[in-house]
Design a protein around this ligand. Sequence first.
Ligand code: ADP
Ligand code: MG
Length: 222
Amino acid sequence: MLLDIKNLRKAYPRGKQTVAAVDNVNFTLQDNEFVCIMGKSGSGKTTLLNMIAGLLTPTQGKITLNNTNLFDLDDNAVSAFRNQHIGYVPQGSSLLPNLTVLENIRLPFYLTPRLGKQSLAYAQTLLEKAKMSALQDAYPANMSGGEMRRVAILRALICQPKLIIADEPTSDLDEETAADIMQLFMDIHQQGTALLMVTHDNDVARYSQRVLTMAKGKLNEN
Ligand code: ADP
Ligand code: MG
């Protein structure tokens, strides 16, 4: 088992009360599985992904990835662990505008400069495989939405993670570009990487092996 989530809860303050954005979620993901999570806006999907990525501390519950309990680690260790094991493709545009494509892809390595030296060759290999070498010195402002999303996906791959999580990676793209992006994800999946993807799009969900639905913070098997 790659990912094991137990009784996960995140409550946000709202006025004098608290609202559970993620409410007692239990979920497991196997090595090399591809699972989609669907659900209305505001149902807690991004909050859930942010906790799995170690970016947000749960109010309650446990997340075990590769046999490590994420929140047993201190802040620095969580960042290092996340970098090593999870590639995150966040919702919307997430590239840094003042860095080139190549610099954006290598960004996760700036936290670990010792390994960063090796990242140049691998970043260039990833760009070649995605047929994007010509763009390596371009800046995000001069690229299309689809190209930017591909770069965000390559950045998620730079540390060769076992798990990629992606938050609505096709929601702002046209149908044809979305299909291209899904092809890239399927290539990644076929090479042995597990995918956990949040989407509104039934066409995207069809690529996955299992679809879960989130409603008012609860995660349900369909
Ligand atoms: P989704 O990704 O499914 O649209 P989110 O996880 O972004 O949902 O949000 C779930 C709920 O939590 C929403 O009601 C949202 O308003 C609330 N929420 C999200 N982030 C915060 C925050 N930082 N502070 C307070 N409430 C939040
Ligand atoms: Mg969201």
